[in-house]
Design a protein. Structure first.
Length: 424
């Protein structure tokens, strides 16, 4: 392959040879180290390939052997440039394309993430953007070793990571600790408090409830199993009392309290949705458009709007690459338009119950993702003139608390345990 490229860039010709002593001609070429290849015979005429430099040395050999020669085909870069020597725009375009490809090869245009489960791709991509290592980052600005350490430091569930760059592709392989990943929320000590233990931080209740269990790793417990607590009550104090030999309190040693606390609490649930709702009815008619995207820009070729008034669209993108690891920031796009009609309908009693159950299930799944254990749910649906209302209570077991400096009360975090949904 390399030899072919060298021949093409230097230029070569196909020639026809005939005359008195062609065998002597070939012997003379061998003695003078003139390379010929792909030799074939057609009657009394011989055809073969020879380089441009070699062809220029044939004149004395032809005279000695009594043979004649004629060029039948020219190939290679020198002949290409000579043939199109007057087309300056063509050569300028080739030069611009080569310069553009070289410039694009200095940036990252593809990121592959493998092995992640609890940590989503979006979370890792956002992290890379914060570290200036996302799409469009210059290759020289990416330190793979440093990036590996920062990923392990930021995501506690990731115990091993490998970052490597090939061409314009950045590949991130991670391995997660499933035991750590499955721990409930609230059990990990915040990083910003680890260096402030001398100030002393307490653990405060975020909701009203009953202590089901408490395991203190650091600090002084102020509640026990079965105690009823209010929002803002101190559960574990960061002040450790120091007593002398006689049992007299002499001082306090301050730390950041750390504990696993299971709190049984009740959420008030409320959901409202209108009886009338809009529903999409798809006709099955589709239209396709094709275009090119560069970054966030999309260019449709040719530009033509679909023949539908109401439609959904789905883009199928194929990123252009020159080889396995050399991707470009250009994608071929196949855009599909699907027609639908929007009609207004009224929920029946059965449909309303199904909608209410779907909304409740979505809410419970969101709680479960936060490490909350659902113990009991009591909800009922009621109707008025224009709306359905679902209300009730949900009893849960959660491991959550608020950090606050010694002696301070908990601040409102926005998570009240009450949910009110309303959809029109």
């Amino acid at each position: 392959m390399l030899l072919r490229l060298m021949k093409y860039f230097r230029g070569y010709v196909e020639v026809a040879l005939w005359g008195y002593a062609p065998e002597r001609f070939f012997n003379l070429c061998s003695n003078h180290d003139i390379l010929i290849w792909d030799l074939r015979q057609d009657g009394d005429v011989y055809y073969f390939y020879i380089s441009v430099d070699g062809f220029r040395c044939l004149k004395p050999l032809l005279r000695k052997s009594g043979t004649h020669i004629k060029i039948s085909k020219k190939s290679g870069v020198p002949f290409f440039f000579f043939r199109y020597r007057r087309r300056k725009i063509l050569f300028l375009s080739i030069f611009v394309c080569m310069a553009l490809l070289f410039a694009l090869s200095r940036f990252i245009w593809k990121i592959n993430i493998n092995g992640n489960d609890s940590v989503t791709d979006d979370s890792l991509l956002q992290f890379l953007e914060e570290k200036n290592s996302a799409y469009g980052t210059h290759i020289s600005d990416i330190d793979c070793t440093k990036l590996e350490e920062e990923i392990r430091s930021c995501f506690k569930s990731i115990i091993w990571t490998s970052v490597k760059r090939e061409g314009t592709t950045l590949t991130i392989d991670v391995q997660e600790n499933l035991v750590v990943s499955s721990q409930p929320l609230g059990t990990q000590l915040p990083e910003e408090l680890k260096e402030q233990e001398q100030q002393g931080y307490d653990l405060l209740a975020l909701h009203d409830g009953t202590i089901e269990s408490i395991y203190v790793r650091k600090g002084t417990p102020l509640v026990a199993q079965g105690d009823a607590v209010k929002k803002g009550d101190v559960l574990v104090s960061g002040a450790l009392p120091i007593y002398d030999d006689s049992g007299t309190l002499t001082d306090y040693q301050y730390c950041t309290a750390d504990a696993d606390i299971q709190l049984k609490t009740t959420y008030t649930y409320q959901d409202r949705f209108a009886k009338k709702h809009k529903e999409r009815v798809y006709s099955g008619q589709t239209e396709h458009r094709y275009g090119v995207s560069f970054g966030d820009s999309y260019f449709q070729i040719p530009w033509k709007k679909p023949g539908f008034t109401q439609y959904t669209l789905l883009d199928t993108r194929t990123q252009i690459r020159l080889c396995d690891s050399f991707y470009l920031p250009v994608s071929l796009v196949r855009r599909t338009y699907e027609e639908y009609e929007e009609t207004q309908k009224i929920y029946t009693q059965k449909e309303a119950k199904a909608q209410a159950a779907a909304n409740l299930t979505e809410f419970l799944e969101n709680l479960a993702q936060k490490g909350v254990l659902i113990l009991e749910k009591r909800v009922m649906i009621s109707t008025d003139k224009n709306k359905y209302t679902v209300s009730g209570t949900i009893t849960v077991l959660e491991n959550t608390f608020q950090y606050a400096a010694n002696g301070q009360r908990a601040t409102d975090t926005g998570d009240e345990g009450n949910v009110e949904n309303e959809s029109e």
